[in-house]
Design a protein around this ligand. Sequence first.
Ligand SMILES: NC(=O)c1ccc[n+]([C@@H]2O[C@H](COP(=O)([O-])OP(=O)(O)OC[C@H]3O[C@@H](n4cnc5c(N)ncnc54)[C@H](OP(=O)(O)O)[C@@H]3O)[C@@H](O)[C@H]2O)c1
Length: 214
Amino acid sequence: MHIVITGASRGIGAELKRQYEAQGAQVTGTSTRGGDGLHALDVTDPAQLAAFAATVAGPVDLLICNAGVYLDKGEALDDGFAAATWTRQMQVNVAGPFLTVQALLPQLRAATGAKIAVIASAMGSQQRAPGGSYIYRASKAAAVNLARNLAADLAGEGIAVAAYHPGWVKTDMGGAGADIDPPTSASGLISRMKHLSVTTTGSFESYDGTPIPF
Ligand SMILES: NC(=O)c1ccc[n+]([C@@H]2O[C@H](COP(=O)([O-])OP(=O)(O)OC[C@H]3O[C@@H](n4cnc5c(N)ncnc54)[C@H](OP(=O)(O)O)[C@@H]3O)[C@@H](O)[C@H]2O)c1
């Protein structure tokens, strides 16, 4: 099985890569700077995406769009959420997954029953709206929307797409006070992605299988 994981340098992406490799899968991982066996890829840069896609030999059985940023963490409604932060965060968390999928469509189509996982967040749920983190929430809501529309467009080709909440995870992004460690998140996600198929395509669920309300 050939798996591509964006944002595999640290956190959840690095642990997904470690666990898949331990299972014997071939993993192509990326990070913004590359090194340590990872390809250099900023998922917002079309030239880097084209160059990366040209190096990826197909078929790709599973693409995990994991790279993401949470730039507005802790910002206040009165003076936070700058325009430049909106631009960058929407680029990375929304355009990034879309452009990555688009760049790797030939390799995904070359597989039989390929899957695409968009690592979103429960913070992207429309029904759970406790306020705050406006840009992150909007970006992850858009990422879920993206996954569901890709699911509709690609189902006829046998490609399944789903959005996932990885849990609140102890990473650079989640912080030390988070609920679970990366191995717990990654093993849960791997189990859920294994069950993804064209009959469950378009779903949005947590690492432990709990459905997340749209
Ligand atoms: N941690 C949580 O509690 C939590 C909860 C819900 C959802 N999530 C989501 O889960 C995913 C992984 O989160 P994490 O906690 O593992 O984050 P993390 O520890 O901050 O790691 C983020 C990863 O994304 C990569 N990345 C950032 N910007 C990028 C860009 N422009 N192009 C390519 N790669 C980029 C980073 O690469 P570099 O090392 O090169 O910067 C790094 O590998 C994210 O999408 C996040 O939103 C996390």
